[in-house]
Ligand binder design. Structure first.
Ligand code: BES
Ligand code: MN
Ligand code: ZN
Length: 487
């Protein structure tokens, strides 16, 4: 898809030369700010009861007299906030994406456009045109849309073009994350994640290193390997480095949970909805997606993605409840529940992150069902003892429309991890399960500026719209870009 800005023609929107014109109407009176032929059409549609200015309302009009574009779609965007405009674009697109249009022009009336609006427009387009096809040959044909023009005044065009560029790379990163997470576990293996990292490396100049099982054994990643040992599929420990700033600059490190399938292991999960555990590498997917976006934008920042990737399977070799393993940090862990495997692979990755001397480390994981109970599917759970870092991540989430919510990490919660046979157990009681999981990770981050995002509720949708969301690539990308700009 090609995104461009387009200067408003002298004759107003009626003169826009495109196959379709999407008019997004923001704020108060719907027809205000429109020139004659369009204003007449909008007023008539309101009068006849076919359109109202409420957010989300759309109306498709074909072959309007005096308007160059054959198709006109009106979409109401309420208060004109970025969120409302994004919704309106998605709704309006629904009316033209399956038709014959190749070139769609989008005009926003009643709101001052910013680069963030432009980025949100691209996100809305990418999201509504996305179709999963990798293993579904019968998937619907791709939309014929090839070009989207954002109609604007000449003055602000450069800033909006920059917003479109940001949006395009963000969308590419988000789509990569969606594609990886949607891909079934028999296709999306640890090896596939490693191959994807290598391919990204070639395309975007990342240095990619893959540690094999033997390498991890030598390093002493007893916790990660304990999870991996139940599967015939080889584990991969992926380290992908993007260098956009000077060598001396400390990198931002993102650690993504890469369980390509979570059966629960010997503590096996019930079979209902177990298929959704192919999404348990959503954290890993978001790390690769963010690397894609940040490298594509050539941001002046150093960014390292670390992905411990393996399957969690029951077998005669699988780790058993009560087994005690030694983590890379030297701390021992009693694995009381083999289904609490995410924290077991992340703890070794967090210890590994120390050697990169990072500025900050953020781990991203579909870690706990308890987080879904706490926050539902709208906000990701954010855990950090570092107030400034937490504030940066929360702000990035708001800006990206990919919001998170801060959760507590009081030391009182640490009690739950006591074990008689090791330095800690890997689970506590059911209550506060998302916090206990974060407290477990915290024990491996004493030397780091660290935050943890539990994305169990936000990485994918269940039900009829089952599929990966690509979250939190937007949050993470905004976070990394804001750090790049800070200097
Ligand atoms: N991958 C799951 C978490 C999960 C479950 C995410 C359901 C989304 C939906 C994780 O590995 C897991 O199984 N966690 C257990 C932890 C428990 C055993 C302490 C859970 O949440 O039940
Ligand atoms: Mn599990
Ligand atoms: Zn899991």
């Amino acid at each position: 898809m090609d995104f461009k800005t387009l200067a408003t023609p002298a004759g107003g929107l009626a003169g826009v030369n495109a196959d379709a014109l999407l008019v997004v109407l923001a704020g108060g009176s719907a027809a205000a700010g429109l020139d004659a032929p369009l204003a007449t059409a909008v007023e008539a549609a309101i009068k006849s009861g076919d359109f109202d200015a409420k957010a989300g309302a759309t109306l498709y009009l074909h072959g309007l007299a005096g308007i160059k574009a054959l198709r006109v779609v009106l979409a109401a965007a309420g208060d004109g906030s970025i969120k409302a405009i994004r919704k309106a674009v998605a709704a309006g697109l629904g009316a033209v994406k399956a038709g014959g249009s190749q070139h769609l022009a989008v005009a926003v009336v009643g709101a001052e456009l910013t680069a963030d609006h432009a980025a949100a427009l691209v996100a809305a387009v990418a999201e509504s045109l996305y179709v999963y096809r990798q293993t579904k040959p019968s998937a619907p044909a791709a939309s014929r849309l090839q070009k989207i023009s954002l109609v604007c005044a000449k003055d602000g065009a450069a800033a909006l073009a920059e917003g479109l560029r940001l949006g395009e790379h963000l969308a590419a990163g988000t789509e990569l994350a969606r594609e990886l997470a949607n891909l079934p576990a028999n296709h999306c293996t640890p090896r596939h994640l490693a191959d994807t990292a290598r391919r990204l490396g070639k395309e975007h100049g990342l240095k990619v290193e893959i540690l094999e099982r033997a390498d991890c054994e030598k390093l002493g990643m007893g916790s990660f390997l304990a999870v991996a040992q139940g599967s015939a599929e080889a584990p991969k420990f992926i380290v992908a480095r993007y260098q956009g700033a000077g060598k001396a600059e400390a990198p931002v490190v993102l650690v993504g949970k890469g369980i390509t399938f979570d059966t629960g292991g010997i503590s096996i999960k019930p079979s209902a909805e177990m298929d959704e555990m192919k999404f348990d590498m959503g954290g890993a997917a978001s790390v690769l997606g963010t690397l894609r976006a940040v490298a594509g934008l050539k941001a002046k920042v150093n960014l390292v993605g670390i992905i411990p990737a393996c399957e969690n399977m029951p077998s005669s070799r699988a780790v058993k409840p009560g087994d005690v393993v030694t983590s890379l940090s030297g701390q021992t862990i009693e694995i009381l529940n083999t289904d609490a495997e995410g924290r077991l692979i992340l703890c070794d990755a967090l210890s590994y992150a120390e050697r990169l001397k990072p500025a900050v480390v953020v781990d991203i994981a579909t870690l706990t069902g308890a987080c879904v109970i706490a926050l539902g599917h709208h906000r990701s759970g954010l855990f950090s003892g570092d107030d400034p870092l937490a504030a940066e991540l929360l702000a990035a989430g708001e800006q990206a429309l990919d919001p998170a919510w801060r959760m507590p990490l009081d030391e009182e919660y640490d009690e739950a991890l006591k074990s008689n046979f090791a330095d800690m157990g890997n689970v506590g009681p059911r209550a506060g399960g998302a916090i206990t999981a974060a407290m477990f990770l915290k024990r491996f981050t004493a030397k780091l500026r660290w935050a943890h995002l539990d994305i169990a509720g936000t990485a994918w949708k269940s039900g009829a719209a089952k599929g990966a969301t690509g979250r939190p690539v937007p949050l993470l990308t905004h976070f990394v870009l804001a750090r790049a700009k800070r200097k």
